[in-house]
Structures are given as structure tokens and as C-alpha cells.
Design a binder for this molecule. Structure first.
Ligand code: G4F
Length: 334
């Protein structure tokens, strides 16, 4: 059985990737941060499978900065593939906590690469990079050769990590790849990202549980895809004969207003009746024209995004409606 190690296993992408790898017959080890609150809900289905938990799925505690512990975990698990998904991933928050963002997202990646460089059997390595490395690009759509012009602390940290991965591939011969992922969403998306904030609000307003929704800039455009499809692209990258970087995107940009329209339409409402703008959610600086050209992924990985807006918004809203109805039923039965 092939063995994979995943940093950020409890996140949206980590949980979908774990499901994919378990389905493909892998043994999966995941690194989680120690905290007094157990936040592993996204892996629940796998935890309840007797044939999986502690048989083919194992969790280990470590912070990204704790190189001694991470080295020990890597030596113990002997992974064939290492998927590095962890980091401080909120772009807006990166303006408030730039040092933490750079420690986790930039230095955390370099520390992992340094651990790998010393191993006798170096696993194939995938780093989840981001469209934020392009910031305000000169060309649209962007591809793997588009120059990086990040305009946020998060984007700068990701640009550093991305370039280090390329450097370790070219200078030290590591099988190390960057998946340059554009925004990818799902019902498991964190609640502070705009799509999930909107899908939850549309669901709650339609059920009479919320009156309004406060957002920041509504004209920003993003290339939004469906997360389970993106983790499939990551896996495909590590099955290639040679390590390389790939843009993973739908190729279509939409505004926050487009997402709002699709999400509220899914519950028969007009977003203009409920949405307020709040300066608290405005960012000091924003990426623009972020839309990806995934032509190389199509040619080499035989991968293409399938789910587009408004289907994505609709499936997220429907999942939130179902979740809220189930929660209210459960509290009624107490
Ligand atoms: O949902 P967002 O916070 O995503 P953002 O900033 O594009 O970053 C996400 O995608 C990147 C590319 O894959 C990742 F690298 C990154 O880790 C993260 O997953 O914001 C999307 C847009 C922005 O233009 C933002 O200004 O929505 C706008 N927005 C408007 N009101 C808001 C809000 N964003 C958030 N989070 N919250 C708001 O209230």
C-alpha cells in the first residue's frame, strides 16, 4: 500500500484528499496542531469506519514550526508522498497577523523542504500554492510562467514558499511540485471565507434564522472551483514521471456579486434585500484579475474543472440548509 503524509489534514482540502487516498488504497498519516478544542469534524465519516481509523488513517500532533517533531513523524511514517496543505490561509487575516502568516506559510514550507533534503528516501512533495502569488498580474488568465506580483502578506509568503519548492526541485533534485490553486470551495469551506459566509447566510435567512449579511468589497473577481476536484489534480501531479508546477483553476472569473446572486437565487431570494457593506471586511490591498489558465493541467494531467458557478453556490447553500435543519431538529429533540 502506498503511504501518504498530509499537513493540514483536518482542513477542507485535507479531508477531501484523505477520502480520495483512502479510496485509492493508501495508508494516510496526518499532522494536526495540538489544541484544547478538537476540530476534526471534516474527517468524521472516516473516523467512524472500523476498517480505516487507526488501521489506514493515523493522526500525529505537531506544529509546522516544530521541525524536530515533524522530522520524527516523517522518519516513522516513511511516506511515499507528502502533501503540504497547512498554513495560515486567510488573505484578509494576513494583514493583521503578517508574522504568523510568514512563519507558517513561508518558513513552515522551507523547514519541511530542509527535513526532506536530509532523508535517504525522499518522498514526492506537493505544496499547495495559490493564485495570490500573482497579485496584480500583467496578463489574464495567468499560467505557470506568469511573473509573481503578490500584493498581500499571504501572497508574499506563498510566493516565497513556491519559489523555494522550485529551487529545491532544480537545485537539490527533489520531486517537489507546486499546485497553484485558484479559489476552491465546498460545504466544508471555513466559515470566514466569502463563499461559505454567503452560503450560510442565504440558508439562515431563508429559514428565518438571520436578518442580514455584512460583507466587504463586492466587485472583487475570483476564479471559484469545487474543492474535491482540486485535490484530485494534486494527486495526479504526484503520479507524473517528472515533478512540475501546475495552475489548477476553472478559467472563468466571477464577482462576489455573481456568487451572491447564485446563492440567494438557490433559496428564491434577492441578495440586494439583505446585504450590507461593512468597512471591517475591506482589505488594505487586493489581488485583481485573478483567473487561471489550466491548459497545462488539461494536457498533462488530463484534468479539467467540472463544477462552475452557479452549481457550486447552489450545492453549498443546499448543504447549509440541510445542516441547519438537522441542527434545529436535534435541538428540538433535547
Ligand atoms: O473568500 P476569500 O477570503 O478568498 P481569497 O482572499 O481569494 O483567498 C482564498 O483563495 C486563495 C486562492 O486560492 C487562497 F490562496 C487563500 O488561502 C484563500 O483560500 O475572499 C474572496 C473575495 C475577496 O475579494 C474579498 O475581499 O471576497 C471578498 N470579500 C468581500 N467580503 C470577502 C468578504 N472575503 C471574506 N473572507 N469575507 C468577507 O466578508
Amino acid at each position: 500500500m502506498p503511504t501518504a503524509l498530509i499537513t493540514g489534514i483536518t482542513g477542507q482540502d485535507g479531508s477531501y484528499l484523505t477520502e480520495l487516498l483512502i479510496e485509492k488504497g493508501y495508508v494516510v498519516h496526518g499532522i494536526v496542531r495540538r489544541s484544547s478544542i478538537t476540530a476534526r469534524g471534516r474527517l468524521d465519516q472516516l473516523f467512524h469506519r472500523d476498517d480505516v481509523y487507526n488501521k489506514r488513517l493515523f493522526l500525529h500532533y505537531a506544529d509546522l514550526g516544530d521541525t524536530t517533531t515533524i522530522r520524527r513523524i516523517v522518519l516513522k511514517c516513511v511516506p511515499d508522498e507528502l502533501y503540504h496543505l497547512a498554513g495560515q490561509s486567510h488573505v484578509g487575516a494576513s494583514f493583521d497577523i503578517p508574522e504568523t502568516t510568514c512563519d507558517f506559510t513561508a518558513m513552515g514550507t522551507l523547514k519541511l523542504l530542509e527535513i526532506l533534503r536530509d532523508l535517504d528516501n525522499i518522498p514526492k512533495f506537493l505544496h499547495i500554492s495559490s493564485s495570490e502569488i500573482f497579485g496584480r498580474p500583467d496578463e489574464s488568465p495567468q499560467n505557470e510562467l506568469t511573473p509573481m506580483r503578490p500584493v498581500t502578506p499571504y501572497g508574499i509568503a506563498k510566493a516565497f514558499a513556491t519559489q523555494m519548492v522550485t529551487l529545491y526541485r532544480e537545485s537539490f533534485g527533489l520531486f517537489a511540485c507546486n499546485a497553484i490553486c485558484y479559489n476552491h470551495e465546498s460545504p466544508r469551506r471555513g466559515e470566514s471565507f466569502v463563499t461559505r459566509k454567503i452560503s450560510r447566510a442565504a440558508a439562515a435567512i431563508s429559514l428565518g434564522l438571520q436578518d442580514s449579511l455584512s460583507l466587504g468589497a463586492l466587485d472583487g473577481r475570483r476564479d471559484w472551483g469545487y474543492a474535491p476536484e482540486y485535490v484530485d489534480a494534486m494527486w495526479r501531479m504526484l503520479q507524473q514521471p517528472e515533478a512540475d508546477d501546475f495552475v489548477i483553476a476553472t478559467g472563468t472569473a466571477h464577482s462576489v456579486k455573481d456568487f451572491l446572486a447564485a446563492a440567494f437565487d438557490a433559496v428564491g431570494l434577492q441578495w440586494q434585500d439583505y446585504v450590507k457593506q461593512d468597512p471591517r471586511y475591506m482589505r488594505p490591498s487586493e489581488g485583481t484579475h485573478l483567473v487561471g489558465d489550466a491548459g497545462k493541467a488539461a494536457a498533462k494531467l488530463h484534468w479539467a474543472a467540472e463544477t462552475q458557478l452557479p452549481k457550486l453556490a447552489e450545492l453549498m447553500v443546499q448543504a447549509d440548509v440541510a445542516m441547519m435543519k438537522a441542527a434545529s431538529k436535534a435541538s428540538d429533540s433535547l
